[in-house]
Design a protein around this ligand. Structure first.
Ligand SMILES: [Zn+2]
Length: 57
């Protein structure tokens, strides 16, 4: 059984692996990490969460 059940539909930070806040504004989506206190680029978030984005080509 996989032991990574904390990850559901919430993308995780590519740097600290904690859940990101998803901020949707003006037709685009931003990702903010409370732990790093930084915005994360969607490109890096996609790369760190391939399972969440596999439907969007
Ligand atoms: Zn982080």
């Amino acid at each position: 059984m996989p032991n990574e059940s904390l990850q559901t539909a919430v993308p995780i930070c590519p740097d600290c692996k904690r859940p990101l806040d998803v901020i949707a504004a003006c037709g685009s989506i931003s990702y903010f990490c409370d732990h790093c206190n930084l915005l994360k680029s969607s490109k890096r978030v996609r790369e760190a969460n391939p399972e969440l984005f596999k439907e969007a080509e």
